[in-house]
Design a protein around this ligand. Sequence first.
Ligand SMILES: [Zn+2]
Length: 358
Amino acid sequence: MSRRDDFLKELTEAFGPPGLEDDVATILRRRVEGFCEVSRDNLGSLIATKRGTSDAPRIMVAGHMDEVAWMVTDIEPAGYLRVRPLGGWWPHVMLGQRVKLRTRKGEYLGVIGSKPPHELKDEERKKVLDWDNIFIDLGVAEGFDVVEATGVRRGDFLVPHAPYESLANENLKVVKAWDNRVGCALSVGLLEELREQEHPNTVFGVATVQEEIGLRGAATSAATVKPDIAIAVDVGLGRDIPGFSGADRNPERLGGGATLLLLEGRWVSHPRLVRFVADVAEEEGIPHHFSTMDRGATDANRFAISGEGIPSMAICVPSRYIHSHSSVIDHRDYEAALKLLVAVVTRLDQATVARLRG
Ligand SMILES: [Zn+2]
């Protein structure tokens, strides 16, 4: 594995449910501490400041550290755990999967229980399980006291357990939590690239908390940084799979390059900023394409309405199967997004930002 793979493996496999992103923050901090000022806001978002040739404009580029996860809400007498989702889960993708529980005593492997098909009634087969019928098994058996062995308590967190691997096509990497450790890697990767380059501004590489449960770190980090321009880096939704074809003849796809997100639900990205970024990509010959999202939102949504308003957009890496144990990206799209961020940020001087703000 390359050094970049090692970093992405460490980052994606790290434990980081919404509200407990410290392990991810520590990994990121280590990368930038030597050449950036690093701080965290009161909710925990990491802010790394890299000064260029000017204090202004202030450019913020942010990925979120948290991943979709679960919280323990009850422990049955036999030792099975009941949980509630943190972020959007479709229970279909959960059953039979492995999870990692963290308690005051350590980390423990568990499995999400499921009935064998032999036991399913016809109406059960057609339904998605509700949360009251989902449970975690940490190894319940005669003579094993789950609470005593693991120290599990209500309020403890669980995340998916899924290692970083290549698919048959080695450009494609599969692991949990590309959403959004890929954004964290890009935000830090941009700062690393800027060590070698002059930039006419001050750049804030940010890693936000609690995106999956309501863009909460986006609100506090933008209020702390007060940027002039904010770019969220996140995963896009690869639509190049069966079931999506037809409506869009140029869908967001793996290998298509960086994604410029035009529309999130009913929110538009800042049109002049999107046009500027697209022009830079064209000029530099960086692979890119456009996408829209019918539901959901990125941190860019919240950045846009922070303070007096901040021109904001999201630059994404197309991804398949997010919010599951097996999200997939193409590392070439990651490289394209990184190149684009560097090209954009090194052009954002006072005059350009004034023009964009209008
Ligand atoms: Zn997500």
